[in-house]
Design a protein around this ligand. Structure first.
Ligand SMILES: C[S@@+](CC[C@H](N)C(=O)[O-])C[C@H]1O[C@@H](n2cnc3c(N)ncnc32)[C@H](O)[C@@H]1O
Length: 246
């Protein structure tokens, strides 16, 4: 894997177009099942779930297909939302542009579940994420789940079959930019801008907003064959899933 010269900023049409064509196999195997399993029991007529930082709408579409969630899918990128609306329309999904922080059209205790998938790693602004996390806490009904899935900060530099976040051997601290290579479906790579946060930093963003400390899941694929033959994702988790409740 080789990094392109300039990582793409997320709020650009070039990033949205490239992200539309990403190879989603690892996310589909290692993130979506864990997230959906935790939310399947809560679905029902009129129940509202938020997909915050929905990008091209992959998680929102999965949510709409399990049970009967009404889904508000939110993103600060108009280009991402344009692709989501065209690729993944659904009568129970409403896509909405927002500023990445305020959920001011939603009342206190009015939402039944929230998911934020691969979003915190793309936002360099701790203060905005602290504000967003407090807003998520405010709008969730008491006891409602918040699932925060993201890159595993303990896996920087590992070459997984569809991504590598960070350079091999490099050591990153909170806030450092981390060049992230994503494989596209045609086998080419895109380099995107992500930002390192330690697990403790994620925990403090959640507890600082009033959530209890989360459970942490580090999913890997089942091993088969010799260590030399098996991909890195059988030994190391590319992603983590943090679960907490309002
Ligand atoms: C890597 S994409 C993930 C998209 C989608 N959740 C998925 O898993 O396919 C990151 C998305 O987060 C959005 N984003 C960045 N900062 C955000 C913030 N503060 N609040 C909400 N979304 C944000 C970006 O615009 C981008 O669409």
């Amino acid at each position: 894997m080789t990094a392109a010269e300039n990582p793409l900023d997320w709020d650009t049409s070039a990033a949205a177009d490239a992200y539309r064509d990403r190879d989603m196999r690892l996310a589909e195997q290692l993130i979506f099942p864990g997230v959906l399993r935790r939310l399947a029991g809560g679905a029902g007529p009129g129940r509202l779930a938020l997909d915050i930082g929905c990008g091209t709408g992959a998680v929102a579409a999965q949510l709409a297909h399990i049970g009967e969630w009404m889904v508000q899918a939110l993103d600060p990128s108009a280009d991402m939302l344009g692709i989501a609306r065209s690729d993944r329309p659904h009568p129970r999904i409403s896509y909405r542009l927002f500023d990445g922080r305020a959920l001011d059209w939603l009342g206190d205790d009015s939402v039944d579940a929230a998911v934020c998938c691969l979003v915190y790693c793309t936002d360099p602004d701790d203060e905005r994420l602290a504000g967003l996390t407090a807003e998520i806490r405010r709008v969730l009904r008491p006891g409602a789940p918040y699932l925060l899935a993201d890159l595993n900060p303990a896996a920087t530099g590992v070459a997984f079959s569809t991504l590598r976040h960070g350079e091999p051997e490099a050591v990153y601290g909170d806030g450092d930019p981390v060049p992230t290579l994503l494989r596209l479906r045609d086998g080419t790579m895109m380099t995107s801008a992500t930002y390192y946060r330690s697990l403790d930093r994620y925990r403090s963003l959640l507890t600082g907003a009033g959530f209890p400390s989360p459970t942490v899941e580090l999913p890997t694929l089942p091993a088969g064959g010799t260590a030399a033959e098996t991909p890195a994702e059988t030994r190391t988790a590319p992603y983590m899933i943090l679960t907490t409740h309002a």
